[in-house]
Design a protein around this ligand. Structure first.
Ligand code: 5RP
Length: 229
């Protein structure tokens, strides 16, 4: 089974949790896109769901495939969100934001009763941090914000480059008009402490540590999908 087939396996398993009439948060990334494709087939067959997309990219795919959408302001309380992740540990703590959609992903997931993560085995880790931690920051004062991030990280024993994410000739801009700083801290033994320190920095809009948000993860491997709760 190749990487794409594993993503499809996880997405298929997530579809079993979707009930007719649900208000669904719809994630961003290649795994979430497999979920959208499968969901669109069910919608075409008469299944009624309304989605709230976590990015413009996901919104475009949903619209192309005929998945009905509303904004989070129109549907502020959701039954469930299905989204991918860059890393997931055994306590369902996540790193997200590889696709740059972490702010909307976190807002939508937190407005949902449940968040189901879909991922392949390569995303499961013992300790978060091998994947660079995405941190969304306001462009104003970005250098001061980066220095503040490095200071709090260093207090927690974390070091490593914190670099503005690039796209083409310029910086990557999020759907909300912010920058992403990718922090190569390596292992993050106390993700809760780092999350709360980052939350206290004014220029940090949001960070990719999702703690206490995911309720279940569907992990696809070569021999099928398993559930983490
Ligand atoms: C986007 C995300 C994605 O869920 C994450 O990057 C995983 O993407 P993929 O399914 O393509 O590996 O957080 O901001």
């Amino acid at each position: 089974m190749d990487a794409r087939q594993m993503k499809i396996k996880a997405a298929e398993a997530a579809l079993d949790y979707v009930e007719d009439g649900m208000r669904l948060g719809i994630g961003t990334g290649s795994t979430a896109e497999e979920f959208v494709r499968l969901l669109a087939e069910k919608v075409a067959a008469g299944f009624r769901v309304v989605g709230v997309p976590t990015s413009e990219r996901t919104a475009r795919l949903c619209l192309d495939l005929g998945v009905p959408l509303k904004s989070l302001d129109e549907l502020p309380e959701l039954d469930m969100t299905v989204d991918g992740a860059d890393e997931v540990d055994r306590k369902l703590r996540l790193i997200k934001g590889g696709g740059g959609a972490l702010l909307r992903e976190k807002i939508v997931a937190c407005a949902s009763e449940r968040m189901i993560v879909i991922a392949d085995e390569s995303k499961v880790v013992d300790v978060l941090g091998a994947f660079k931690l995405p941190i969304e920051v306001n462009p104003f004062g970005q250098v001061a914000t980066r220095i503040a991030i490095e200071r709090v990280a260093s207090r927690l024993g974390l070091t490593g480059d914190v670099v503005v994410r690039a796209s083409g000739d310029g910086p990557f801009m999020t759907d909300g008009g912010h920058l992403i700083l990718d922090a190569s801290f390596g292992r993050i033994p106390d993700a809760e402490a780092l999350a709360s320190e980052l939350n206290a920095i004014p220029g940090v809009v949001e960070h990719g540590l999702f703690i206490g948000i995911a309720t279940l993860a569907i992990i696809a491997g070569p021999s099928g999908a398993r559930i983490l709760t």
